[in-house]
Design a protein around this ligand. Sequence first.
Ligand code: NZQ
Ligand code: ZN
Length: 396
Amino acid sequence: MKDFTYYTPTEVVFGRRSEERIARLVRRYGGTKVLLHYGGGSAERSGLLASIRSQLAAEGIGCVELGGVVPNPRLSKVREGVALCRAEGVDFLLAVGGGSVIDSAKAIAYGIPYDGDVWDFFAGQAQAEVCIPLGAVVTIPAAGSEMSNGCVITNEEGWQKRGYSSQLARCRFAVMNPERTFTLPPYQTACGVTDILMHTMERYFSPEVDMTLTDAIAEALMRTVIDAAPEVLARPDDYRHRAQIMWAGSLAHNDLTGCGNVGDWATHHLEHELSALFDVAHGAGLAAVWGSWARYVYRTNPARFARFAVNVLHVENDFTDPERTALAGIAAMERFYRSIGMPTSIPELIGRPATEAEIVEMARKCSLDGSSTEGSFRELDRADMEAVYRLANGGN
Ligand code: NZQ
Ligand code: ZN
């Protein structure tokens, strides 16, 4: 087990009627003038925004609004938010939505006190030293941004999707009412489930082997999500299973399942190029490449994949042949993805095969022009990345 620091400062307020505490939480964490930040309309339609507005007014907290955050949130919206918050003297950001809105809020929070352009952080040209405090009201369990230190923004210039991580923009609080997720379309529910599983798998497929407790937590989390997914797809208002998925979404990415291991994250970075180029949902992009990544790398440690197959997907263990068990597990995972409506190839994801030029371009960007590798379970260079994309594109 590797040495680690586990830092998870976010106050979680979970359950029915948890939203009634939002304004008091803002006040407690020092907010006197709030930016209410949201997406394309779901939070308005559900009445959530109306309730937050009246709560803030009743608590005497000033409020300006910026909606219209799109999935794969854009740098232009972040810059607009920074300018608005500076002009209005905003001292607290309240993100109402999913990973896209929360990440957009985090980027604005970095940008407000920074003299340069906020993209500097994502381009690796600056480190944030201060940040405006923020809180999240989560409406889709997926990205886990409410408890993560990450933030992913897309720069429309060159369609670069880049992450920036720092403990500074950890949400002060996360309000999570599973009832708010009843309105999620099945596709978004499934994308969220996939992302939650992938955040756990990225940490599980690690070169580190001595992490009994962390493995057990990860396996329980994945089994819970896999069992709950068909239930909520069949009955969107199934509180019990929605709640399991929602809590799993936060635990999958607050690094609980990363304590003592080394994450891989190659699938995530391969996916970020897909969603940058084709503007697809992050979860769907992950499902489209994971199986190809897995088949490309499993021989590095077939026993690990075999354990995953048996403990997570209930595949029968062929003790004489771990590779066979490993491959059966990969196939079972892909069957699960298909069963919840997720693609397991690039053509299924974007409606056509990617062109060779697109594959080369994605691998170029993912490897930073060939200067960096991805992955720790097995390190992938630019040629490996192209190979995984080709596999996912239906090649061999
Ligand atoms: O915009 P609205 O109308 O709200 O619709 C959203 C959006 O279209 C809809 N939605 C959300 N809650 C809803 C709802 N529809 C009905 N009822 C509700 N209760 O769902 C759609 C997707 O929302 P989005 O925020 O984009 O989803 P998600 O949480 O999956 O976030 C994806 C973004 O997070 C990044 C991804 O790359 C992507 O940009 N990630 C962020 C991470 C982090 N900060 O730690 C880690 C992740 O690996 C990921 O990369
Ligand atoms: Zn993710």
